[in-house]
Structure formats: C-alpha cells, structure tokens
Design a protein around this ligand. Structure first.
Ligand code: KE4
Length: 446
C-alpha cells in the first residue's frame, strides 16, 4: 500500500472517523478520554477504532492497521488474545466487583510477588497514576522526608506532585506544568536529567536529609524509548543506599514487558518500591505498587499510610492479568524469546529503511519496546529529554502520517514508545517495513 502525503490526510479515507470525532468533541474535552489520543501532536483527526485482533486494529472506516500503540503497553499478547477472552467470560457472569476480598486477588498477588524481585507484598490499584501517587506517599511516610527526585521527561501519571516542569537552577525545583497544581505541592519535587547519576548525587547533596525517594522509569518510555546508560541504575541504587533514600522504579510500562522480572530483573538492580500497571491487568484497569514486607506493612489497614480504591483488585482485571502473566511464564518464558527475535528484526529493518530513505534516525530498543528518534545525522544518540526534544518532531509527524495512511498505527506523539506484541508475525513486520521505506522518504523531505 503506497504511503500517501504526510501532512494532510486523504479526506475520504477517514470520513467516518472525522464524523465520530466531531461528535465526540461535543461530549468530552478534546473528544477523548486521554489527551494523547486526540492526535494534536501530529495535526491529524484521531482515528476512531472499533476493534482489535492480534497485531491489528480496525477503524470505523473499515481500515486495518498493524498496531504498535498496543494501548500504550498493556497488550503484550496482542488484541483480544483468546486465553484472556475465555478467562473473562468465565468470571464475568459471577459478578464484576464485590468490595470484599476475593481469592482472585490472592492468585494474581502470588504471581506478581514470585516474578518481581523487589516485591514481597503488593497492593492493587486501578491505574499507574494511583500506583505512583501511593508509592510516593508511602516513601514519604517511611522516610519521614518530603522531597522527591524525578527525571525530566519521565512520566509517572498525572498526580499533582509529579506534574512538574523544570524550573531554573542546576538541580531544578519543580514548578507546576499544569494549572490547578499548587506550587506548594511541586516545590517538593526536584528535577534532574535522565541518565545523569551525578545530577542525582548533587540534588541529594543540595537537600541533605530531605529526599524521600528517587523516582525513575528504569527504561524511559515517555520521551520516546530511552534505555538506561550502562551503570546508571546501579549508580542510583548505590546513591540511595549511601544516603538513606528510597529508590522507586516506575515499572508501569516495563513491568512484565521486558521480562517477567521487569527492568529490575533485566538489569539486576532491585528498587525499594516498584510501581506496576498496564500488563499486570491484561488490558483491564489495574495497577499495583509493592515493596518489602516491612515497607508495605505501613500501608492501611496494617499501618497508618492510607490508600484505598473501590474497584481495586476487581475480579475481571485479576482474571485478565493472571491469564497474561501465566502466558508470559509458560514454556520457560518462550514469549520473551520470540519477542526478542521479532523486535530485533523490526529495529534492524527500520534502520535499513531509514537509510534507504535518506532519513537519519536513532533507533532504540529494549526487548519489545522501541524508539525511533529523527536525529540530525547518522550516529547521533539520544539519552535524555533534552536530546529527545532536540529531534525533528516535524519529521516524526510526516512519518506518522505516511505510516497511518499505509496501514501502520504508531503513537500520535514523538514522545511515546513502539510496542511489539506476541501477535506481530512476519507478515506484520514485512508490511510495516514496506510502508516505512516510503514514510522515511516522506520524512526526509520535511
Ligand atoms: P495510567 O495512570 O495512565 O494508568 O499510568 C500512568 C503512567 C505511569 N507510569 C508510566 C511509566 C507510564 O508510562 C504511565 C502512562 N503511560 C502513558 C503512555 N505514555 C499512558 C497513555 C495515556 O496517558 O493515555
């Protein structure tokens, strides 16, 4: 399918999506339930999806797309995997929520604790934002300290204390990045560049005895996909040990994505607190936070740190999440081995297609998480937010439009991650690379 023009969509191709979005805008801010879905960053009308199956989603105009959004991470087995559909059908008729304990929570908790090195006890919540918000509250309670260090460009959900932009100064004190967030809240957030352990050391030194935790995405997935530089995570671990600071890994995206043990298992660095989301709920609203037993016993009702949730641990999400984790653990985690081969092939193919298209890119990959950065010249690397934002986002926009028109769905923002699923077969990869060749040519022309 030839890629068509990059910036203006072929009018008839998306006719029903245009109508659906116009209606949605009369009902919801931006016509969406989450801002990125509005396609604002890529200057297009969002595609309205009606279904997904395997590696494919279908829009309201009847077009199929090879999907690399994957709901931004949860769908490591692809859309509507049969095992999950069957598991949900088995439980949905017995009730969807009870507000009382169920053994379904016990079963998923056992799987999480067995898989994640830093988790001895776990609490289920309903979103990654809730997990991060709760884990930070716990870190402050356990340490008796108020300040949190976070990296510019890492995203931990929309909880007030983490909606911060870099203020002035070397170790910048956060200023609100959204109206409605009081400066008094973000004043406890200290911002440092990603992949810079020296900046974390300086930030801790600048606030002696005041830093509760260093919060980090062990593989950054919200400024494009940026892997940790060699030694970075261990340096954070050492710094936290030296200063009595807690290390918080936000594994909402990386948990069960890059291996059963997440990034902490992959890199062999165990945090004090872990946030999980996305895959842990198998595509349903579910997230979690966990830590050692000593830390987690501080959480209500065992301890004084309050956190609650009506639908936390609901049986549908427990069934979906448990089914996915079982599939990921099966046959000695064969799924990850297959994902590694397919994802490596995609990354290499994208590099080759970009070269052929005369478009300099820096392709990153950890397991089935990929990033494509439109850099100035071949050989340029991106290791932090400043590097990511210095890239040619206009080229990404052109690339995105050409891929979409060619039947490949990427995230409608240069600052997201590509997700490969177990359902992405050779034909899906072949089609992706065929469209990418033309799309890189279009991007190179911007
Ligand atoms: P949720 O509250 O959206 O479930 O999770 C927040 C969150 C926390 N931590 C990390 C590392 C995350 O990536 C996220 C959410 N990721 C975004 C995608 N970059 C969700 C997509 C969206 O906002 O619509």
């Amino acid at each position: 399918m030839p890629a068509t023009s990059s910036t203006t969509a072929p009018t008839d191709r998306y006719a029903k999506s245009v109508l659906a979005h116009a209606h949605a805008r009369t009902l919801m801010p931006g016509g969406v339930s989450s801002p990125v879905r509005a396609f604002k960053a890529v200057g297009r009308t969002p595609v309205t999806v009606v279904s997904g199956r395997g590696a494919t989603v279908t829009d309201v105009d009847g077009h199929d797309y090879i999907d690399y959004v994957g709901s931004y991470g949860p769908l490591i087995l692809g859309h509507a995997p049969e095992a999950v559909t069957v598991a949900l059908a088995k439980v949905v008729g017995h009730g969807t929520s009870f507000g009382m304990p169920t053994e379904a929570e016990n079963r998923l908790a056992e799987k999480v604790i067995a898989a994640v090195p830093g988790i001895e006890l776990v609490r289920f919540v309903n979103s990654g934002t809730e997990a991060a918000m709760s884990a930070i509250r716990l870190a402050r309670a356990v340490s008796g300290r108020d300040k949190i260090i976070k990296c510019v460009g890492c995203y931990h959900g929309h909880t007030d204390s983490l909606l911060v932009a870099a203020g002035s100064g070397a170790t910048t004190l956060g200023v609100p990045s959204s109206p409605g967030v009081p400066a008094s809240v973000t004043g406890n957030t200290v911002l440092v560049p990603y992949n810079d352990a020296g900046a974390v050391r300086a930030a801790i030194a600048a606030h002696p005895g005041a830093i509760a935790a260093v919060a980090v995405e062990p593989i950054a997935g919200n400024m494009g996909c940026i892997p940790p530089e060699p030694g970075y995570l261990q340096a954070l671990r050492d710094l936290c040990d030296e200063t009595g600071t807690l290390l918080l890994f936000d594994e909402v995206m990386t948990g069960f994505r890059v291996g059963l043990g997440g990034a902490q298992g992959l890199y062999g660095v165990t945090p004090d607190l872990t946030c999980l989301g996305k895959i842990v709920g198998g595509g349903l609203p579910c997230a979690a936070y966990g830590a050692s037993e000593a830390v987690m016993r501080q959480v209500a009702p065992d301890g004084p740190v309050y956190q609650a949730g009506t639908l936390s641990g609901n049986p549908l999400a427990m069934a979906a999440g448990g089914t996915v984790l079982d599939a990921l653990a099966a046959d000695d985690s064969a799924v990850y081995k297959d994902l590694e081969v397919v994802s490596a092939g995609l990354a290499a193919g994208l590099e080759a297609a970009a070269k052929k298209g005369g478009c300099p890119v820096y392709v990153t990959r950890v397991g089935s998480m990929l990033g494509v950065f439109f850099v100035d010249k071949d050989g340029d690397r991106v290791t932090d937010y400043a590097g990511a934002t210095a890239c040619h986002t206009d080229r990404y926009t052109a690339f995105f439009g050409a891929m979409l028109d060619g039947g490949v769905m990427l995230a409608p923002s240069a600052y997201e991650t590509w997700f490969v699923s177990a359902a992405h077969d050779d034909e899906a990869i072949r089609h992706t690379l065929e469209v990418a060749e033309g799309a890189f040519k279009v991007a190179a022309g911007v």
